[in-house]
Design a protein around this ligand. Structure first.
Ligand code: NAD
Length: 487
């Protein structure tokens, strides 16, 4: 088994197994090969992980932010030194091509440790509030034990995007990766220990939708940060609310990407392709509704078809491969159902739509697929597909496209391609979404806040904004005089 970890869980600085947990396999999506055998966490493992986190957190919170930051920056260095090894593991875990993982996965995780490690010394200061002779001050204090629950599309990145701000604020984290991609987070936990993180502060336990609630409902957990689908988000936020826990919800989307007829055509097509086919379309912020102004429709579609048909599908470990398999057979079946619905509801299949014979018959591949003539009411234009399926819709006017772009319960992202900078700002100003791009798509450096509005969630990851979601303010009023009481 070529990616077998030492044990299923990582708790209190060491690998831990409990064979009483439900066994499950980790599958390499390109070939169907079993690459690891693991066990889901039992209630005893959950207790052990939370108890160790609780024990470790107090001492960690008492350290200076600079000292905490130094450890995170060291973890970033180790991740960069091991980028190749971690990227190969990420490729095995997810099936994403090495061409992508080597530039986008461990590196973006390392960015988070570097960024939050770097701002530790200044980013956690409080305020001094003058009140005449009296004064008050605020302190930014940690929440305690935070739970992170991950999706399967960016397992290492998600483990770091949640872990880095949680740790820098002085919290401990118990992280549960997706059952589809259990391997990467264990390595992050190992690297943090090697970087000097005290034991217990970053524990990883395995499990699925039946394990998650054991964490979310635990009385010693102060905060839950979930990356997942909207239905899961509703369940997790609901459970957390019954105990008034803090929550961050990074959920799904059906984002509009609007191309005006004055746009740079090749850039707009490139943006639309990256925003639909990168990570085999398994990206929450993808611009899956591509609105193209009618004047350039034919040119846009012709070039899009030509470029899409050149995408190299194949062995994810081959550096020339541009499109890997879907994460699992279940996800491929789901996407294929959507493709059938698109055809049945009358969209024009411009290219793709089938299963290529790539690598092995067991590989869960799908051709990059483009539907044209999609209308707002079609299922493929309304529901999140989470696969390499682009829907192209036509539009005439700016006001019309803004209204149609916003006509969704989601509000994660959006983008606009136009040469008219005034129009670009006018449009993004009116689009209802957490993150918007002008003349590019899907760039998410750690310096900028990322998160959703409407049903796509709340809270923000990355940037200084994330600190507010992993800490709270404590206010202290200081009197410099005597108490004047009327009785
Ligand atoms: P999912 O909702 O099925 O699962 C997400 C995680 O939640 C998994 O670890 C799962 O085991 C766990 N889980 C499921 N039910 C739970 C419950 N009741 N209590 C606690 N935990 C539970 O999502 P997925 O299929 O793994 O990922 C795809 C989804 O994630 C898509 O909708 C995508 O848009 C979204 N996503 C969002 C972002 C973002 O930042 N906004 C990023 C990546 C993916």
């Amino acid at each position: 088994m070529r990616a077998q970890p030492k044990a299923s869980h990582f708790i209190d600085g060491a690998y831990v197994e409990d064979t009483a947990g439900t066994p499950f396999e980790s599958i390499y999506p390109a070939t169907g090969e079993v690459i690891a055998k693991l066990h889901a966490a039992t209630p005893a493992i959950v207790e052990k992980a939370i108890a160790s986190a609780k024990r470790a957190q107090k001492e960690w919170a008492a350290m200076s932010p600079t000292a905490r930051g130094r450890i995170l920056k060291r973890a970033a260095e180790i991740m960069r030194e091991r980028n190749r090894e971690l990227s190969e593991l990420e490729t095995l875990d997810t099936g994403k091509p090495i061409q992508e993982t080597i530039v986008a996965d461990p590196t973006s995780g390392a960015d988070a440790f570097e960024f939050f490690g770097g701002i530790a010394a200044a980013g956690l200061n409080g305020d001094y509030i003058p009140l005449g002779q009296d004064f008050a001050f605020t302190k930014r204090v940690p929440l305690g034990v935070c739970v992170g629950i991950g999706a399967w599309n960016y397992p290492q990145q998600i483990a770091c995007w949640k872990g880095a701000p949680a740790l820098v604020c002085g919290n401990a984290m118990v992280f549960k990766p997706s059952e589809n991609t259990p391997l990467g987070a264990l390595k992050i936990a190992e690297i943090l220990i090697e970087a000097g993180l005290p034991k217990g502060l970053y524990n990883v336990i395995q499990g699925d939708r039946s394990t998650g609630p054991l964490l979310v409902n635990h009385k010693d957990v102060a905060k839950v940060s979930l990356t997942g689908s909207v239905p899961t988000g509703k369940k997790v936020a609901g459970a957390a609310a019954s105990d008034l826990k803090h929550v961050t919800m990074e959920l799904g989307g059906k984002s509009p990407l609007i191309v005006f007829d004055d746009a740079d055509l090749e850039s707009a097509i490139g943006g639309a392709m990256l925003g639909n086919f990168y990570s085999t379309g398994q990206v929450c912020s993808n611009g899956t509704r591509v609105f193209v102004q009618k004047g350039i429709k034919q040119k846009f579609l012709a070039r899009l078809k030509e470029r899409t048909e050149k995408i190299v599908i194949g062995d994810p470990m081959d550096e020339a491969t541009q499109l890997g398999p879907m994460v699992s057979k279940a996800q491929r079946d789901k996407v294929m159902d959507y493709i059938e619905k698109g055809k049945a509801e009358g969209a024009t299949l411009l290219t793709g739509g089938g299963i290529p014979n790539a690598v092995s018959a067991e590989g869960t591949y799908i051709q990059p697929t483009v539907f044209a003539d999609v209308t707002d009411d079609m299922t493929i234009a309304r529901e999140e597909i989470f696969g390499p399926v682009m829907c192209v819709l036509d539009f005439d006017h700016e006001d019309e496209v803004i209204e149609r772009g916003n006509a969704t319960e989601f509000g994660l992202s959006g983008g606009v391609f136009t040469a008219d900078i005034t129009r670009a700002h006018r449009v993004v100003d009116q689009l209802e979404a957490g993150t918007l791009w002008i003349n590019t798509y899907n760039l998410c450096p750690v310096e900028i806040p990322f998160g959703g509005s409407k049903q796509s969630g709340f809270g923000r990851e990355n940037s200084l904004a994330a600190l507010e979601h992993y800490s709270e303010l404590k206010t202290v009023y200081v009197s410099m005089g005597k108490v004047e009481a009327p009785y």
